[in-house]
Design a protein. Structure first.
Length: 198
């Protein structure tokens, strides 16, 4: 693999060993036979697509391989009597990913630096987030956006209504995520409201 700067002159680059087949085998070893982790990887990539669709610089966008590797490392399975619980699995997995960040705050409690490192599991064993580290603001933005996703997923886990949960998940996965319709409760009182919001 040739390694050089974006506008480097011809010949101003170096060669670096790479093992794409080895990486593919490593990933297959993690996800083969595990449909839930496959779905979680798709969810976090969909989140990236939604939150970075207007980004003009590649360096500010978390690389897909980085998100995949983080999900493979921090995946938390979740099942219930009704089957796989993808919402809870995704929330817990992203919580674990958030713990991977090294954060620095100023005296007022403002986040001034965020760092995350994940080395490829095969040659060249380089940090997949190295390009994002060209600016502190890129990693901070990555952390803040992922933190908002975690908050929305937590909100979705904490409500009883599937409709309300769907609205919170839609904030993470975008408007194409189908929100379940509101359930109208049958009551002997014809004017009883679903919630006591006035």
């Amino acid at each position: 693999m040739a390694r050089g700067s974006e506008f480097a002159k011809e010949g101003n680059y170096s060669w670096e060993d790479a093992d794409p087949e080895g990486l593919n085998e490593w990933l297959l070893g993690k996800i083969t036979g595990n449909d839930q982790i496959r779905r979680n990887i798709r969810y976090i990539k969909k989140w990236k697509q939604e939150k970075y669709h207007d980004s003009s610089l590649d360096h500010e966008v978390p690389p897909s391989i980085g998100l995949t590797l983080l999900m493979c490392k921090h995946f938390v399975p979740s099942t219930s009597s009704e089957g796989d619980d993808d919402l809870l699995s995704l929330r817990m997995s992203i919580q674990n990913i958030m713990n991977e960040f090294d954060l620095t705050y100023d005296y007022s409690g403002n986040l001034i630096k965020a760092d995350i490192t994940y080395d490829l599991p095969v040659v060249p064993f380089t940090d997949v987030f190295s390009k994002m580290k060209k600016s502190d603001s890129y990693i901070i933005k990555f952390y803040n956006r992922l933190n908002r996703a975690l908050q929305n997923l937590t909100d979705a886990c904490n409500v009883e209504s599937e409709h309300d949960a769907g609205l919170s998940v839609q904030k993470v996965l975008g408007n194409k995520f189908l929100v379940p319709p509101k359930q109208v409760s049958i009551s002997t009182s014809s004017n009883r409201r679903e919630h006591s919001f006035g």
